[in-house]
Design a protein. Structure first.
Length: 328
């Protein structure tokens, strides 16, 4: 189901056929290596290239005088990290761009900080994920340093270890050298807006009904979206939204994500079983459903995913449009 996406971007003049095939010949070996790293079939390479190369061409049309900060939002397991990895490869190897990637998952508070938050505010805040469990100050400071960097500056990028459920020591953080041309900032709640008070009243699942009966946890999360997360997301120049077919796919795709983590986890590292994954996903359900309603009208580019986890249609908003673009 990638043809519709490819034909839309091709028809809007973002990449000409001859240029597409020239680029594809040059980056194909690195692209295949990336597929192997992500444990994806090499047979999917041509179809994925028909999405990712034109998508990278669209990103280049959004460039400005300062580093472009491009947000990528999508539900758990939707493929945000994979998309960013392939975009980085194409933009750097194919177009000579300096690309930094930052995940909001790497901004999680430490385990000790979340334990303190759980004791002071609500026990559900021990579980990483929702707004209120990230170090927004660290995120803003990292973005500021990347944007202000000189060619010789070395910028540490925060890193969180999900298997141990704690932030890695600063000495182990990856280093980005110099000022990037493009910053890819991905995460399931990147660009998410707060809900209305009325929307918070009724629980959306058993977790909220049984463990947040008075709504204290969800009101706290919403307040954080209204305040410091609003400041963080205001930094975005453009936003891509990966729209899933529905909430039923989140559990399935998040389970696949955990299986990949299990394959690489070391001894003593925690990996969730099926029951734990079901409970974990319920922490995200409210805002995932909210994003499915809210973000298509606000994101600059929306990529629809089908039930097979492939790409379906695509739509643009005005400020990110190629000339004459509507929806696929």
């Amino acid at each position: 189901m990638t043809g519709g996406v490819f034909n839309l971007i091709w028809s809007k003049g973002l990449i000409e056929p001859a240029e597409f095939f020239r680029q594809w010949d040059r980056i194909r070996p690195a692209f295949l290596a990336a597929l192997r790293r992500h444990r994806m079939p090499e047979a999917s390479a041509d179809d994925l290239a028909r999405v990712y190369l034109p998508l990278a061409a669209w990103v280049l049309t959004q460039k400005q005088d300062r580093p472009l900060l491009l947000g990528v939002n999508g539900a758990q397991g939707s493929g945000k990290s994979t998309l960013c990895d392939f975009l980085r490869l194409i933009l750097s190897d194919g177009h000579g761009q300096r690309v930094a990637v930052l995940s909001i998952d790497d901004l999680y508070l430490t385990r000790a900080e979340r334990e303190a938050l759980a004791g002071e505010v609500h026990p559900l805040l021990l579980t990483r994920g929702v707004p209120g469990t990230h170090d927004v100050t660290l995120g803003l400071a990292t973005l500021d340093r990347l944007r202000a960097a000189t060619d010789k500056d070395l910028i540490p990028l925060p890193s969180f270890d999900k298997a141990s459920d704690d932030r890695r020591p600063a000495a182990d953080w990856p280093i980005f050298r110099g000022q990037p041309d493009i910053i890819l900032f991905e995460g399931w709640c990147v660009g998410t807006t707060p809900q209305s008070d009325a929307a918070l009243r009724e629980p959306v699942n058993a977790l909220e009904r049984d463990e947040d009966a008075d709504g204290r946890w969800r009101r706290y999360v919403n307040h954080r979206l209204e305040t410091d997360y609003r400041r963080l997301f205001a930094e975005l120049d453009r936003l891509i939204f990966l729209r899933i077919p529905g909430m039923d796919r989140v559990l399935e795709w998040r389970t696949l994500q955990e299986q990949k983590l299990a394959a690489t986890a070391g001894a003593g590292q925690h990996v969730m079983d099926a029951a734990a994954i079901r409970r974990f996903v319920m922490h995200y359900e409210r805002l995932t459903r909210h994003n499915l309603i809210d973000l298509p009208a606000r994101a600059d580019l929306t990529l629809d995913l089908n039930d097979s986890h492939g790409f379906g249609s695509m739509s643009f908003q005005s400020k990110g449009d190629p000339p004459g673009a509507e929806t696929s």
